[in-house]
Design a protein around this ligand. Structure first.
Ligand code: CP3
Length: 342
């Protein structure tokens, strides 16, 4: 059934929406007291693995704010289950035996996305719980971003092990990204079959590679995921974080169709629109730190994003990256209201 609030999907498809749609990356999370109340009783892993709980926290931001989309509560590393790789969260992801060598990559079992059945069940539970109010966005991590965690074993600032594998074992690195891309495409297709109205792919660490290296070694794998996701017929959002340089490196190779280009806050929105072209729909890109500024400053920053996006085919308001856990929910309410009144 089509959601009663169609603003987000209309904008994704380049049609004129009834109002400017807004949702927020990481909108269900620790900045919400109601999320912290659930987390006080349950681990993050249990939340992700229990469809009823995942659905409960997915709708929390929808119930508190007048948002135009919900996003499935899960993690980009849930897909590690398809390879039998165990991930702990503390609070960032930790992997006991990271894939450091060509031999580690060679013994990866074939992907079995059925091991992620709890994710697809969570999509069904979310759709039911949302009750047709707003569309549901499913998501996955992009091959390079997910690989960086699998190779490093945790978050990293240097990307040392991932870069060393890329340079010294190019075949193993490409094989790893290839199998991740195939699994990710199947994983997104299953989310769409379970009822997701759109999907977003997070390339959070696109900026960790030099733009030419990103384009040559990481982007082709993400591009294949996007093409397969687009073939399901739902809009697909590609969020590649890497500033203006990475955006320029991929702009001439973006797939056609209902592809929305996610813009991070290191790029001026007006510059992003001229780089990707005025025939594209863009999403973003308020600096998450603007939510800590006085109300007048927050509104001025949000207005600059709206003005910057005015030349695009369409615009979905969002932050340029995930919301900070210390954000005041009242500021989010003010932002949502401001964007809708603009
Ligand atoms: O947007 C949403 O509300 C949906 C939920 C969502 C989570 N993670 C929940 C989460 C989404 C879309 C993600 C994606 C994700 N996970 C990304 C890509 C987006 C981005 O921000 O770049 C990445 C890189 C991860 C990996 C990951 N998971 C990290 C680095 C961390 C630690 C983050 C931190 O702030 O400490 C996690 C854990 C995580 N994922 C939490 C949440 C709500 C915090 C867990 C907790 O409740 O303790």
């Amino acid at each position: 059934m089509a959601p009663s609030n169609d603003a987000f999907l209309a904008a994704c498809r380049g049609r004129s929406p009834s109002r400017r749609p807004i949702w927020i990356m990481r909108q269900a999370g620790r900045y919400l007291p109601e999320y912290r109340a659930v987390r006080a009783k349950t681990s993050f892993e249990t939340l992700c693995r229990t469809p009823a709980l995942a659905a409960e926290v997915t709708v929390q931001p929808i119930e508190r704010f007048d948002l135009d989309a919900a996003i499935l509560f899960s993690d980009i590393l849930s897909i590690a289950d398809a390879f039998g790789i165990e991930v702990r969260f503390d609070p960032g992801p930790k992997i006991e035996r990271p894939l450091r060598t060509a031999a580690d990559v060679a013994i990866l079992p074939p992907a079995d996305v059925a091991a992620c059945a709890y994710v697809f069940e969570a999509v069904r539970a979310c759709v039911e719980r949302i009750g047709g109010r707003v569309p549901l966005i499913g998501f996955a991590g992009a091959p390079w971003t997910v690989a960086s965690y699998l190779v490093e074993g945790a978050g990293t600032r240097t990307f040392r092990h991932a870069k060393v594998l890329l340079w010294s074992e190019p075949d193993a690195f490409d094989h790893l990204l290839h199998v991740l891309a195939e699994a990710t495409a199947a994983y997104l297709e299953a989310q769409v079959r379970a009822g997701a109205d759109a999907v977003q792919v997070f390339e959070s660490w696109g900026g960790a590679l030099r733009p030419d290296l990103y384009r040559a070694r990481a982007w082709p794998h993400l591009r294949r995921v996007l093409v397969r996701a687009l073939a399901t017929g739902v809009p697909v959002i590609a969020f590649v974080r890497g500033g203006e340089a990475v955006l320029r490196a991929i702009a001439d190779d973006l797939p056609e169709g209902d592809l929305v280009v996610g813009i991070d806050h290191d790029v001026a929105m007006s510059a992003a629109v001229s780089i990707v072209g005025r025939d594209r729909v863009v999403q973003g890109n308020l600096d998450p730190m603007a939510l800590f500024a006085p109300r007048a400053v927050l509104e001025a920053e949000a207005q600059a994003v709206l003005d910057g996006a005015c030349g695009a085919r369409g615009h979905i308001f969002n932050l340029g990256h995930g919301i900070s856990k210390d954000t005041d929910p009242e500021q989010v309410a003010a932002l949502v209201d401001f964007v809708h009144r603009a």
